[in-house]
Design a protein around this ligand. Structure first.
Ligand SMILES: Cc1cc2nc3c(=O)[nH]c(=O)nc-3n(C[C@H](O)[C@H](O)[C@H](O)COP(=O)(O)O)c2cc1C
Length: 184
């Protein structure tokens, strides 16, 4: 698969098989993130521990329920909805809370990972919902267990795994976004 194909094939996968991601694939995906354009430090925490994943999932679920944001409340009220969608691999990207480009650095790394995973036939999804839980003081010890360094904030997350046959919890058809304006 070339880059153009990976860009067109990538989509947000929200249902996964209970099948582990091979270690060598994971390593290559992480490395893809490390090669992204960058203007500052960030950290990649790879959460393979199912129990810890579940605690992060449940804390995120709870914050979504109580977010006061209608879109999030609607999503979380869908039957069986789990914010981490049962993916076998959770990657957290954190970066200094006060640095100006932390979210950009983490997100560029995340997109590289999504494209690399797509090339390898893996499903993936970019998430910000876990930031609701892990950046809240209520969950300070959970964030620490998840390897988020002191002074850093979770910027975004990537989930990975083999896609289940039915991609549940879709938010609509994939479409090109953004307006384009040529200036000659
Ligand atoms: C800033 C941002 C935050 C997102 N957060 C979530 C999230 O928390 N949960 C989720 O399921 N999808 C999340 N997404 C994925 C988008 O819903 C998805 O990319 C969009 O609907 C386009 O669909 P596609 O990725 O299949 O092309 C997020 C995307 C972006 C850019």
């Amino acid at each position: 698969m070339n880059v153009s194909e990976a860009i067109l094939t990538r989509k947000s996968v929200r249902a996964y098989l209970d099948k582990p991601v091979p270690a060598e694939d994971l390593e290559k995906i992480i490395e893809a993130g490390q090669w992204a354009p960058n203007a500052g430090e960030f950290q990649i925490s790879v959460i393979r521990n199912r129990k810890l994943q579940k605690r992060i999932n449940d804390a995120t679920h709870d914050k979504m329920v109580n977010s006061g944001i209608e879109f999030l409340r609607q999503r979380v009220s869908l039957p069986g909805y789990q914010p981490l969608y049962g993916a076998p691999m959770l990657i957290l990207l954190s970066a200094p809370a006060e640095a100006p480009y932390s979210a950009v650095n983490a997100s560029l790394a995340a997109e590289n990972m999504l494209l690399q995973a797509t090339e390898m036939g893996l499903g993936s999804c970019y998430l910000v919902s876990p930031t609701l839980a892990l950046n809240d003081a209520d969950n300070g010890s959970l964030a620490q267990e998840a390897g988020i360094p002191d002074g850093c904030k979770l910027q975004c997350a990537v989930i990975l795994g083999y896609a289940a046959a039915e991609n549940k919890y879709s938010v609509g058809e994939r479409a090109k976004r953004g307006t384009v304006h040529y200036v000659d």
